[in-house]
Design a protein around this ligand. Structure first.
Ligand code: LFR
Length: 493
């Protein structure tokens, strides 16, 4: 093979994986070498990430990658979910387990921060959509805690893993943009915001750009993984969604993307942020992307709704297999009832089937009667939310969109992809499912000189090498309008 071997560490909310990719000389291939569960732990009423288990998974995965390559790797890159962090003391020791963004500690924090900086000013300065768990709100919740008082460093999750692998601390900018402390115009910290909300910016390590060197695997890590040094670690789009957007196999600029997994992140790629009041009201975010781009998108609950139902049914002694469940959902009555898949009421774990049923009752719609109807309700609701996000992104950014790309785990879900095409009235290109890992590898490979060019060139390499599926819009689009009206109280069928 012509390509050189790179490892992508990609940590998701439900599982982590180490992927081995070969890139260069026209080749781009990827395979999973190790996957491990990411199981949060509730202790003393707080939901934590089991960060040491995740780190162990990373080490095991790098060892597996080395086993496949004779101990040689041309590079390693780390991406994960956003907003969360670990605190380190003056010696670099971790102060407690990172808290999960779905933990309830941020309740009431937006109001508290809002007293110091009004929501419209916060948006005008940071361009970030309001999500209750943005890092600023987590830091507001941690204010006054002995841990924060002892902290000398704050490292976002992928930067924390990279620090343990290399001994070097940095703050990668695409993920830093999800803290709500960064100005998307200057792509640098907003000292004004930090001062107003009482955050000490010296907690953060220096900013890094995707493609920047981030150190080398430490001797102890080489020994543990059996890899032969030196192995460079490269800053990638360390926010998984930033890497996933690199991994969108788009041709040209007129596309919308939906990165689906635990979340659906739906929007467009821009060269400048949109910071208008209208954009704030539509709850659109301006997260930073690779190569100076802006990820203008909205968070939608995503397959979390279904994952939580599956967990609940299994716990109640009624386990469902995903394949048959989706087949039954495909046969269920379309658009029988829908919920607002953008509603933050669905963020916390627990009791999901009942919470979905309650949302249906509240809007005067029939409750789903069984798992198949619940799954159909979730998928119809996601497609409806995808449609609204794509329409709003077009309207607010002025970008003419002619194709919707679905990447991430949800690209495997044919029903979801078809419903999204139907709802949007646009062709959907589905795949790659491992867009985040591919985006991670492409940025490393480019930094190493194995591939060349801008995002357009990286994406044409994706199109040439990755299997994609096409969905043409079908059905009656007005049915989606009527379903949307049920949620806004605009009329009940
Ligand atoms: C997706 C994601 C989203 C972010 C959410 C929480 O994995 O990174 O982009 O809003 O997780 O961090």
């Amino acid at each position: 093979a012509a390509g050189r071997p790179f490892a992508a560490v990609d940590l998701g909310a439900s599982s982590g994986r180490v992927m081995l990719g070969y890139a260069g000389g026209g080749e781009l291939s990827l395979r999973e070498v190790y996957r491990f569960l990411n199981e949060p732990v509730r202790i003393g009423g707080t939901l934590h990430w089991d960060i040491l288990a995740l780190y162990r998974g990373v080490v095991e995965g790098l060892r597996e990658a080395g086993r496949a390559t004779g101990g040689r790797l041309a590079g390693v890159g780390v991406d994960s979910w956003a907003v969360d962090y670990g605190l380190l003391d003056a010696t670099g020791a971790l102060l407690g387990n990172p808290v999960h963004y779905r933990d309830g500690r941020t309740e009431g924090m937006a109001e508290r921060v809002g007293e110091r900086l009004a929501p419209d000013e916060l948006y005008a300065a940071t361009g970030l959509q309001h999500l209750p768990f943005n890092t600023v709100f987590q830091l507001a919740a941690a204010q006054g805690s002995p841990q924060l008082a002892a902290a000398q460093r704050l490292l976002l999750i992928p930067d924390l893993i990279a620090y343990w692998l290399t001994g070097e601390a940095g703050t990668e900018v695409t993920n830093a943009s999800t803290t709500q402390l960064l100005d998307p115009r200057t792509r640098d910290w907003s000292e004004r915001v930090a001062k107003a909300v009482g955050v000490d910016l010296s907690l953060f390590a220096p900013l890094r750009q995707p493609g920047d060197p981030a150190g080398h695997l430490l001797p102890e890590v080489l020994a543990e993984t059996g890899l032969t040094g030196p192995v460079p670690v490269t800053a990638v789009g360390s926010h998984d969604t930033a890497s996933a957007v690199v991994g969108v196999p788009a041709d040209g600029e007129r596309f919308a993307y939906i990165a689906t997994g635990t979340w659906s992140l739906a929007g467009v790629e821009l060269t400048a942020p949109v910071l208008t009041e209208e954009s704030r009201r539509a709850n659109f975010t301006n997260e930073l992307g690779v190569d100076g781009t802006v990820r203008y998108l909205r968070n939608i609950m995503g397959l979390w709704l279904l994952q939580e139902c599956l967990r609940e049914w299994a716990a109640a002694g009624d386990p469902q297999e995903l394949g048959p469940l989706l087949a039954a959902a495909a046969r269920a009555t379309p658009l029988r009832s829908v919920v607002d898949a953008g509603d933050p009421e669905f963020i916390a774990p627990g009791g999901m089937p009942e919470r979905i049923a309650a949302a249906c009752r509240r809007t005067g719609q029939p409750e789903p009667r069984d798992p198949a109807e619940t799954a159909r309700c979730v998928l119809d609701s996601l497609a409806l939310a995808h449609r609204a996000a794509v329409a709003d992104a077009r309207r607010l950014s002025g970008l003419a969109v002619n194709t919707v790309h679905i990447v991430g785990g949800g690209a495997h879900n044919e029903l979801l992809c078809q419903l999204t095409a139907d709802a949007c009235g646009l062709p959907v290109v589905a795949g790659p499912a491992e867009a985040a890992a591919l985006g991670n590898i492409l940025v490393q490979a480019r930094a190493a000189g194995a591939v060349r060019g801008g995002l357009g060139a990286l994406r044409s390499l994706l199109r040439a090498t990755q299997p994609l599926r096409h969905h043409e819009p079908s059905g009656d689009r007005t049915a989606w309008d009527r379903a949307a009206a049920r949620l806004t109280g605009g009329g009940k069928d």
